[in-house]
Design a protein around this ligand. Sequence first.
Ligand code: ADP
Ligand code: MG
Length: 242
Amino acid sequence: MQLEQTLVLIKPDALKNSSTGYILSLFSELHTGLRFAGLKVAHVHRMLAEEHYAEHKGKIFYPELIDYIMGKLHHQDSPDRRRVIAIVYEGHDAVRKVRDLAGPTDPNTAREEKPGTIRTLGAVIPVTPTDGRPPFHRMDNLIHASATLQEAEREIKLWFKPNDMVPGMRHFPTAEAAEHYYFLNDRVYTCHKPNSTCLLTPGDIAWKSDIEILEACVGQESPQVLLRCVAAKYLLNYRIAE
Ligand code: ADP
Ligand code: MG
């Protein structure tokens, strides 16, 4: 069977409830045969949140979902406590094993149909928006888990640089940057611009697919959508987000 990798996020509600140890125990190598390939504590800024949940843009629950993963719902008055723990697990059948232990998206469904799964500990909270959207229920469900192998690759590359991961456990091709890449206002430059962020310097190791996107975006005038999924991880833990 193929050795897989999958991304888990321990979301802000789980950190606030001190469920981290319980979740890590359930996923432990003893129980699942899965191993850590990468792990970090992350203060999630808006660009990363929006990239992570891009498939849900436009849905009724999207604005609250972004605030949720940014930690704004669970730490309204203490931005410095807004964190998630991001983990890459590796092992046989990793995507399915982790999804099975996570349980159904809706914590009520988890309690009804999959007792013992992590999301049974979640909360379903009524929301009445004041911006014209109809009422709906928020699903605070403690963890994110990649749903497919394809999603796992996209998400691992979004949250982790190659050097954040154990060298022998990088599943995706890497390449060496040949230039400086600076990011400013959704554009990439190879020369420094005031207030820009330096994403890569020559010799840095990055995902090959990221370098290809950066190369394709250099000199492009219009904002590059793909660029955000590369830049987002370099802005992780950069400064406290709004
Ligand atoms: P999963 O996290 O199980 O992969 P989705 O990708 O469909 O589920 O949704 C991402 C997250 O958005 C969920 O974990 C949950 O927090 C929230 N969510 C999903 N569907 C709804 C919904 N119908 N109403 C409110 N929140 C939702
Ligand atoms: Mg999903």
